[in-house]
Structure formats: structure tokens, C-alpha cells
Design a protein around this ligand. Structure first.
Ligand code: 13P
Ligand code: SF4
Length: 303
């Protein structure tokens, strides 16, 4: 089946099943093109919570589909490629969190959405890269905050927060791979360009950036009039939406291979098969749903 026929069939099946296709900005171009909604982690959570579709097909990674299942428990959530995970999300466990709470009994726990539902349930509140500082500052009673699992996001928040931030040791291998030398070399090669970076990048990379924000934040920044050429410090899937929104601007990557392999698993053929065979259904154990929902709802209320 060619791409056009596949897209048509996906649209038909979505309509027939009252389904919605949600995609992250890091997905393959052809997947973003047919999605009903493309967004950053925060916007995707909001959309998953409010859609009246019966089936949510998640073109993203496992933690995103899990959050959708928690926020919309009456819907069928499909992750077309079950193995699409997030190595960062695997860098903290419920047991780790229990030990951290013992070590810092007075600290609140803010958990990045790039985490398992079980870890979310053991947290006080969730955050995304778009709202992390706002969420941390919303914790009126906490003087100290443990932020898991991304250490770089935690250290970035600590620069602006009124709280004492205790960063976890996790990192995104894709963003961590970008070095300050690479970022500086890109700046030198493109002296007129501005540099936007995702907060999952190393602190020394963020020091070189003109703007730091989530994927949606970077897209907004790219749209500003003062930006003519932009060095993009995040996964290269975002170029699809950058070029769509700003066709006259120039975008360059500071790395030759700025790719999240997990985000690239999902193909149109996978989405088609997922809809046909109802797979893979993402289910969150009942005893975890309520706690994870509380942490996600608290985040959405603070946003
Ligand atoms: P955003 O929340 O900025 O979309 O990022 C998600 C992610 O996985 C970043 O690596
Ligand atoms: Fe996880 Fe990093 Fe991939 Fe985002 S880019 S899904 S944080 S591994």
C-alpha cells in the first residue's frame, strides 16, 4: 500500500472507530501530517484529557500513552509500537522515590511527565518542560523540592526558583549528547542565528542559548520577528513543524544526528495496524490510576 492509500485508510478507520490520532513534534513527518493534533507533552496531556473520542491512538512514547490512559480512563488508548519507550522515564523507580523521601522527609516531589504512571502516583505533582517552574513555585508549603527524573531540567529550574531544588540523576540520552563545543561551533558557523535549546540539554549548553523552553516554546520563539535563522537544540523531528510554520526562516541543527530512536519507531503502517487490530492497548493498573491522576490533575490546575 502506498503512503497516500495508507493515510486514507487511517483516516477512514479513525472516523469509523471515533478515534483521534495524537502525535508529538518528534514524530516522523508523515505521521505529524495526518495527526488530528500535534503538540508538546503538556498540550498532548490536555488534549487527551478533553477529547470526546472513543479511541486515542498515541504516536509518541509509552509514558505519553500511559498519561492519556490515566486522564481518560473510559477510552481505549493505543500505542502502535509497544516498544517505544523513553530511557529517561526508566531512570527513576518507585523504590528510588521512597528512599529519596526518607532522605529528605520535608521535601515535595515534582515528577517530570517523562516517568512511569507508578512513579507519578508516588509523587506530589507532575510537571512538563513547559510548566516546571510554575509547578514548583505553586507548592506554597514546600521549601525543598526533589525533581525527578531529569537532572538538567531540575538544575535549570533551580536557577529561577525560590525553593531549594534537589535534582535527580536522570538525563535524556538524546539531549545529553549535545555538547557545549557542538553548540558553540554551530554559533560560530552561523553568527547571525539565535540559539534555542530544550531544558533537557546540559547546563553548559543552556548557558549558550538565547531561549530555553519546551518544544512548543521553541516553536513560539521561532515565530518571533527577531528570529531569521535559528539553531535548534532539540530532537530534529521538530523541524517538520518549524518549517510548516515559518517557511521563510532558516533552521539548523547543532548535531548531525539529533534523533530520538524511540520517537521514530512509529510508522504509518504501524498506525494502520494498530487501528485494525486494536493494539497495543495501554492499561494502567487500577491501584495506580488514582494517584497518577491526582499528580497530573494537580499539574494541570497549576498550569
Ligand atoms: P516536550 O514536553 O518539550 O514536548 O518534550 C518531550 C520530550 O520527550 C523531550 O525530550
Ligand atoms: Fe525520552 Fe529523550 Fe526521547 Fe524525549 S527525546 S522521549 S526525553 S529519550
Amino acid at each position: 500500500m502506498d503512503t497516500g492509500a495508507m493515510k486514507k485508510e487511517i483516516k477512514n478507520l479513525l472516523q469509523r472507530r471515533r478515534g483521534v490520532l495524537l502525535a508529538h513534534y518528534y514524530q516522523r513527518p508523515e505521521v505529524q501530517e495526518i495527526a488530528d493534533f500535534v503538540g508538546d507533552s503538556l498540550a498532548l496531556s490536555i488534549e487527551a484529557a478533553r477529547t470526546d473520542a472513543r479511541v486515542i491512538v498515541f504516536a509518541g512514547v509509552h509514558f505519553m500513552a500511559e498519561s492519556a490512559a490515566v486522564l481518560s480512563p473510559d477510552k481505549t488508548v493505543l500505542l502502535p509500537r509497544a516498544e517505544a519507550g523513553c530511557p529517561l522515564a526508566d531512570m527513576v523507580t518507585v523504590e528510588d522515590l521512597a528512599r529519596a523521601r526518607e532522605e529528605y522527609p520535608d521535601a515535595a516531589v515534582v515528577t517530570y511527565v517523562n516517568s512511569s504512571a507508578a512513579v507519578k502516583a508516588a509523587s506530589d505533582v507532575c510537571c512538563t518542560s513547559a510548566n516546571a517552574l510554575k509547578v514548583v513555585e505553586s507548592l506554597a508549603d514546600a521549601r525543598r523540592v526533589i525533581m525527578v527524573p531529569d537532572g538538567n531540567l531540575a538544575r535549570y529550574c533551580a536557577r529561577f526558583s525560590s525553593k531549594e531544588i534537589i535534582p535527580w540523576r536522570g538525563y535524556c540520552p538524546v539531549h545529553q549528547a549535545l555538547t557545549a563545543e557542538e553548540a558553540a561551533a554551530a554559533r560560530q558557523a552561523h553568527p547571525r542565528a539565535l540559539f534555542a535549546a530544550h531544558p533537557e540539554c546540559r547546563p553548559e549548553v543552556l548557558d549558550l542559548a538565547d531561549f530555553v523552553g519546551s518544544t512548543a516554546g521553541i516553536l513560539r520563539f521561532a515565530g518571533e520577528e527577531r528570529v531569521e535563522e535559528l539553531i535548534v537544540g532539540t530532537e530534529e523531528g521538530i523541524f517538520t513543524e518549524l518549517k510548516r510554520r515559518c517557511p521563510a526562516k532558516a533552521f539548523v541543527s547543532p548535531r548531525a544526528d539529533f534523533v530520538c530512536p524511540d520517537m521514530k519507531y512509529t510508522t504509518l503502517a504501524d498506525i494502520l495496524l494498530a487501528l485494525k487490530e486494536n493494539r497495543t492497548v495501554v492499561r494502567v493498573p487500577e491501584e495506580i490510576v488514582a494517584g497518577a491522576r491526582r499528580a497530573l490533575d494537580r499539574m494541570l490546575a497549576a498550569t
